[in-house]
Design a binder for this molecule. Structure first.
Ligand SMILES: Cc1cc2nc3c(=O)[nH]c(=O)nc-3n(C[C@H](O)[C@H](O)[C@H](O)COP(=O)(O)OP(=O)(O)OC[C@H]3O[C@@H](n4cnc5c(N)ncnc54)[C@H](O)[C@@H]3O)c2cc1C
Length: 302
């Protein structure tokens, strides 16, 4: 029996673990994928305080892990498939077994939104990807495309520009909503070509993808774009499938109070999975710290 089980080892989960571990609570963190979460998927984080020249995401998250482990936190790589609130504590079922904890902190974050066009599922892993840092290296010296108009899409295009021969950035509008500092770098990068006012109609290929069909909203014409890789970066959706209707949610995001407590006593949530406006490493760390301290208080009182 653990004092606290944390689901997800991103910035929020690891920070919560640092606080509960340091409070001498027996803490387990369960992680299904990459330790460090989405923050470990980005090559440069420029807006996390303490690093005036930015820091590489995996390096930053590695230091979070070391700090959590120094306080005795156990980190286990297993995917959580279900959560139950039982009289004997919170039951957490994983692909490998089950665990019980007196309290739970859910920090499962967000995952990429799918474009939902023909060929997307068929060519997933065969040209189509949702993560440039994970898969970009497969496309050295060949043309690729990114679709999206926000910070993440622009960052993905800039990252890929250092690997691929040419990067087409496809956006359905005339203007990007990305941060101006990122846009300055985008416009200054020679091998990125913008495809504005266009939507992706479908993805074609044989075995591997080799072409996108774009619809030009201004001319009303279709256009073929020959690329070997296609990165979908059109936003995120909550990754809280395991929550079901156990706690109150809004559009899939968990509703918490200002102690990061959910609608169920002893179940807390932190980071990007929470119903809130801004999702960043700094905000996830703040939520994780609050959840860690709130759980410590909760266990003292119960
Ligand atoms: C490409 C990209 C670039 C970004 N750049 C920046 C930036 O420059 N600056 C910035 O501040 N923010 C940036 N962000 C946002 C930042 O990464 C997130 O806000 C932050 O990682 C949120 O932390 P989190 O711990 O809430 O969630 P996440 O980092 O998403 O971590 C959640 C973890 O939970 C795990 N998980 C999910 N489901 C389960 C399950 N069923 N069982 C076990 N584990 C599970 C996931 O595998 C994941 O590791 C970027 C995000 C992306 C995708």
């Amino acid at each position: 029996m653990y004092d606290v089980i944390i689901i997800g080892a991103g910035p929020a989960g690891l920070t919560a673990g640092i606080y509960t571990g340091r409070a001498r609570l027996k803490t387990l963190i369960l992680e299904a994928g990459i330790i460090g979460g989405n923050a470990a998927l980005t090559d440069l984080i420029e807006n996390y305080p303490g690093f005036p020249f930015g820091i590489n995401g995996p390096d930053l998250m590695d230091s979070f892990v070391k700090q959590a482990e120094r306080f005795g936190v156990e980190l286990v790589q297993e995917e959580v498939t279900a959560i139950e609130n039982t009289p004997e504590g919170k039951k957490v079922v994983t692909t490998e077994g089950e665990y019980r904890g007196s309290a739970l902190i859910v920090t499962v974050g967000v995952k990429r939104r799918e474009l939902e066009v023909e060929g997307e599922k068929e060519f997933l892993g065969r040209g189509v990807s949702y993560c440039a840092t994970c898969d970009g290296a497969f496309f050295r010296g060949v043309p690729v495309a990114v679709v999206g108009g926000g910070d993440t899409a622009v960052k993905e295009a800039l990252y890929l520009a250092g690997i691929a021969s040419r990067v087409y950035l496809i956006h359905r509008r005339e203007e990007f909503r990305a941060n101006p500092a990122l846009l300055e770098r985008l416009y200054a990068t020679d091998n990125i070509e913008l495809k504005l006012n266009r939507v992706v109609k479908n993805i074609k290929g044989s075995g591997l993808m080799n072409k996108l069909v774009l619809y030009d909203k201004v001319s009303g014409e279709d256009e073929d774009l020959e690329v070997e890789g296609f990165f979908v970066s059109i936003g995120m959706v909550a990754a809280g499938d395991i929550i079901g209707d156990l706690v109150e949610t809004r559009d899939g995001y968990i509703v918490t109070d200002d102690h990061m407590q959910t609608s169920v006593e002893g179940i807390f949530a932190a980071g990007d999975i929470c119903a809130k406006q801004f999702r960043q490493v700094a905000t996830a760390v703040g939520d994780g710290a609050v959840a860690g301290m709130a759980v410590t208080e909760y266990l003292k009182e119960s």
